[in-house]
Design a protein around this ligand. Sequence first.
Ligand SMILES: Nc1ncnc2c1ncn2[C@@H]1O[C@H](COP(=O)(O)OP(=O)(O)OP(=O)(O)O)[C@@H](O)[C@H]1O
Length: 255
Amino acid sequence: MIQLFGVSQVFSGRAGTVEALRDIDLQIAEGEFVAVVGRSGCGKSTLLRLVAGLLPPTQGEIQVAGERVTKARRDIALLFQRPALLPWRTVLDNVLLPAEIFRLGRSSLRARALGLLEMVGLQGFEKRLPHELSGGMQQRVALCRSLLTGPRVLLMDEPFSALDALTREDLSTELQRIHMEHRPTIMFVTHSIDEAVLLADRVVVLSPRPGQIVEILDIDVPRPRSLGRTAHVAELAAAQAELHELLMRREAAPA
Ligand SMILES: Nc1ncnc2c1ncn2[C@@H]1O[C@H](COP(=O)(O)OP(=O)(O)OP(=O)(O)O)[C@@H](O)[C@H]1O
């Protein structure tokens, strides 16, 4: 579904050049959940922006569903650390925003928007304004907005990192459920080893800048997963330890 062939990114500015990513080759299958981890500044967000078509790669090619990515697409949704809701719009109108952007007709998507809000436990909050909601609730609204048009690809950049631990766990559970039900292909950037292991089928480990793939770890644990559930605690802990070890190797050599 997502394919990167020899992708490199160099930023040039007045202060000089920054090599953010070097020679990334990666194949992500349809419906797969892939987490991307690495030290701060190693190019994780840049990687997502490239796949989203917000930035053309300096070198290499990116394809989504067999087509070269050259611009933002309706079937690719993005979710950031901050929910970025429009403060003057109600919860429902925020969720329906993509209908207007992509000129899809609000009325046909209204039922879907209400269904999504119900799925994340926000029924009854449709007419509220964003400032009347907690941070976790706002991020749920942003999640609904990103799912409105039924995207095939969901790109998530540390979406839960601004939330408290319990809300984060709730949203991780919801995201697992959404993934199991709707099977979008997900690329999920995180700083959290626990979160990567809990959510992903595979974890891509990037080296410090320039980001290169050091290792891709398979997380072969049945879903739904929970860090508190005893059934697979040993497997999850082993994967966490391995990931930790890979990330702590300061001089992590690219594969
Ligand atoms: N538009 C830009 N112009 C110049 N340099 C940039 C630009 N965007 C990113 N960079 C640089 O590219 C490198 C990678 O940045 P990026 O934000 O992708 O890293 P990251 O791994 O997501 O970091 P963090 O984990 O801290 O969020 C950094 O050195 C950053 O300063």
